[in-house]
Write a protein that binds this ligand. Sequence first.
Ligand SMILES: [Zn+2]
Length: 262
Amino acid sequence: MSPSKRAALSCFVLAACACAALGLSPTTTSSDWSVPRRYAGHVVNSRLRFFPTKLLALTFDDGPDPVNTPQVLKALAAYHAHATFFVIGGIAKRHPELLRKIVAGGNCVGNHSFTHPISVSAAGARRELDDTAAAIKKAIGRNPTCFRPPYGIIKGNLAHTAQSLGYPVITWTVSSADTRPIDSRFIANNVIHTPNPGDIVLMHDGAGHKATAAAVPMILRELSAAGFRFVTLPELFRAWDQWLRTHAAKAPAKPHLVKGRK
Ligand SMILES: [Zn+2]
């Protein structure tokens, strides 16, 4: 091996070690949006039972928003944290620059439908999903791999169509309750109180969610101090998958998911 190659390799190893020591994922991990086969096309509305690693998946719905999204991104970057942003296609189309900012921070962009309907026909559902994926692809050059149904509805045409297209249909296991008129300290406390390793946290960065944006630094500060790391949903699913593969003999065959707090 040439000295320059050896130096490059040792830099890589040092960087990887530094990431591990700090509890951070290398960017290559957060930028990988692939989802293990056991979750693709399935509803995920629970966390993995017995999963021991203190990982949390923060999720932000209904954006992007020119005020709130950059504020959330700034807080995430300050804590070397990554999250998943379930964007509404109709809004994402108007703000491709915000999608690029989300991705530049090592975060994941997911599909949250184009118009956020409560119910829609099967044909309409396909359009909602495809038009949003197209808006995301046009902005950042890649397709979303995760879907969150509007209002968490997992029985309608949107969720069923998303499953048939291979999306995991993901709800949440901890709610910040930030759609209620509560202040940022309350929102933060709803998340900070006793999360379990592998929880999926529901929050919103859309218009009007100023209090959520203000709550994010408190959540990151307190839960980082408690030893949690913040990863994208695809990263969390891969960590679950890895754990199941390693502990398959000890883990109960099913159910392997447990209901979270709603
Ligand atoms: Zn929503």
